[in-house]
Design a protein around this ligand. Sequence first.
Ligand code: ZN
Length: 238
Amino acid sequence: MSSSHTLDNIFSNNRRWAEDVQRDHPDFFPRLEKQQSPEYLWIGCADSRVSANEIMGLLPGEVFVHRNVANVVVHTDFNCLSVLQYAIDVLQVKHVIVTGHYGCGGVRAALENRSMGLIDNWLRNIKDVYFKHENLVTHLSADESAELLCEINVREQVGNVCHTTILQDAWKRGQTVTVHGLIYSLHDGILNDLDVNVSGMQDIPSIYRMYSDTEMLARLPSQRRRLKPGVAQDAQQQ
Ligand SMILES: [Zn+2]
């Protein structure tokens, strides 16, 4: 059977990688086997070119990862919510990093009027983001509008993370965890900060808050974000 019909190359790569790690860091696997204690939860796109560990230069054990098409956080998605809850409550990550990327096929597909099957329903979430911020992108070229929508989508998903009971319960009990929005460029491999950093309930719109101000033990200093999550910069300035 030719190698194109088997996973031979993957197994040989794996053996080589495991041998290299064992040679260079003999305590790596014994330490990792005992526990993982990542500081980061990465919520990113399933795109094969956007690999969390490699982009951030982190080793196995250093980042907990959830990926789906176009890095969407949906409040009824038990997969994403379960990852988020486990990362926050059990692993006690310090940072939730929502990362989009320019040239996202999911975002581009959402801007088109064609059917690709079941995934159309998933991409509806991106169409909702577009429809909400249509005034920001309609005057742009198709390419510019797709690129801006990639950024706006990250801001919206940061908002969705912050609006969950998971984050708000964590903040209420005084846990230090910040939600960030980043965008990655396939063109040059650079990760850019969208300056959306939310570390407390005071930073989210009141309608989404699960607790009143008096219920909140806002005892931890927060890193104030410059932009509200879920709101594009231009819209905020209007
Ligand atoms: Zn993508």
